[in-house]
Design a binder for this molecule. Structure first.
Ligand code: ADP
Length: 411
């Protein structure tokens, strides 16, 4: 029987959607995770423990495993697994991005270098180390700028600075995040780096795509209608189809493809963020993975095929004519965290779910969970999904549903 190896970090939001997709495709699944699972000895063919930070060790472990359980496809879920997934595919001779290209897309400084060398438009940047003198760094950069760690995601530690004073405050705040033991362990050498980019004004779009032999199939372009001007960049609403002009969207597609080529990405899902202003386009980021959190639930293809199923089919080479996206507009809101504290109670769920065009409201944080806003936070409060005739209506439904929700948060 066909077997898929899913690399699922314990912190992922995507486990159930990928497992459901595998069930629908009727394939065997082995889940690799970085922490041992109590059931591993009962299901040795189903559960593997591997350290995603050590791709060579992952390859050794998987080589051993495939002697008794051949694997037909490997899919890495979320940023933490993409380099390990590429290394495993490389070792098993499965089509995938090279480990070098996966690493380049994984590190924001390497990404900037590759894009700059290829002449792909993006912000100018300077890489600093934590042991550099921040006061000297603050004098060297132009304002406004954005400081960021090179390996975190979900806008964690991404801070805008408009002058040397706010630069120094942002530096200290990022340094504190990077020095947390779990962050330092995850980042390795990259946990000593702070990337400073020129701030790019403009509207932002997100591109969801699937690469095959270097050709990019754009699955969706999302508008992000809430202003993302900093100092922190909390993502809220994504709506597709984008309401930008077709000419601009064509440029978004071709620039994203150029960015993938510059990074050497050729196979599998990508998620990119671009900014658009009077001067043109700027690539903010390209990741060799699909959209994060539960946001993929906003997308549906053909007769109810999920993005996860599309990704698994693609990895298995089972693609008899890909189905187009559901033609209705769709939206997702990552529910903003109102303030730091312990989540006690959520009310208004039924009212929010009853808003016309709202498909679902999922509160992913549990009662008692400590909510940490950006720039330090890394967990979502929840998600609202909508589908409507137009993008404007899909967006309005999300806002109306949010207004129906109340979050009781204790200090
Ligand atoms: P992450 O991978 O953590 O999401 P990004 O580099 O994509 O980090 O930054 C997160 C968000 O911060 C972006 O989506 C964008 O809104 C904002 N941002 C990051 N860099 C810049 C920049 N140079 N200019 C303007 N906004 C930026």
């Amino acid at each position: 029987m066909t077997r898929v190896l899913l690399l699922l970090p314990t912190t992922t939001y995507r486990a159930s959607d990928f497992l459901e997709a595998a069930r629908r495709l009727d394939v065997d699944v082995t889940v690799a995770s970085e922490e041992p699972n109590a059931l591993a000895s009962v299901h040795p063919d189903r559960l593997l423990t591997i350290d995603f930070r050590d791709p060579e060790a992952c390859v050794r472990r998987v080589r051993e495993f495939v002697r008794t359980h051949p694997i037909d496809a490997v899919v890495g879920v979320d940023d933490d697994t993409v380099v390990a997934a590429a290394a495993i595919c490389d070792a098993l001779g499965l089509p995938a991005n090279s480990p070098e290209s996966a690493s380049a897309a994984r590190n924001k400084a390497a990404l900037r270098r590759a894009l700059e060398e290829a002449g792909v438009p993006g912000p100018r940047s300077t890489l600093f180390r934590l042991d550099d003198d921040p006061a000297e760094a603050a004098r060297r950069v132009d304002y406004p700028c954005v400081l960021k760690p090179t390996f975190l995601s979900g806008s964690r530690g991404v801070i805008r600075a408009d002058d040397p004073e706010s630069f120094l405050a942002a530096w200290r705040r990022i340094e504190a995040i990077l020095r947390r033991p779990e962050v330092a362990a995850k980042g390795g050498a990259a946990a000593n780096e702070i990337l400073v980019e020129q701030y790019v004004a403009g509207v932002e779009v997100a591109v969801e795509g699937l690469l095959t032999d270097g050709n990019l199939d754009v699955l969706a372009v999302f508008d992000k209608p809430d202003p993302l001007e900093g100092p922190f960049f909390e993502e809220t609403i994504y709506v597709t189809p984008s309401r930008l002009r077709e000419e601009t969207l064509a440029a978004v597609r071709s620039t994203t493809e150029r960015a993938c080529r510059a990074l050497g990405l050729v196979h599998g899902p990508i998620h990119a963020e671009l900014r658009v202003n009077q001067i043109g386009l700027s690539v903010i980021e390209v990741a060799a993975r699909s959209i994060g959190g539960l946001c993929s639930r906003a997308l549906s293809f053909g007769a109810g095929i999920s993005l996860e199923e599309l990704i698994l089919r693609h990895a298995l080479g089972r693609e008899e004519g890909r189905s187009p996206r559901d033609p209705r507009a769709a939206g997702v809101m990552m529910i903003p965290i109102p303030r730091a504290g312990r989540l006690e109670k959520v009310s208004g769920l039924e009212e929010a779910r009853a808003v016309p065009d709202v498909q679902d409201v999922v509160v992913s944080a549990h009662a008692g969970q400590r909510l940490v806003p950006l720039p330090e936070g890394s967990r979502y409060l929840g998600f609202i999904f909508s589908r409507a005739e137009t993008a404007d209506r899909a967006e309005a439904a999300l806002r109306e549903a949010l207004a129906a929700l109340t979050f009781r948060i204790a200090d």
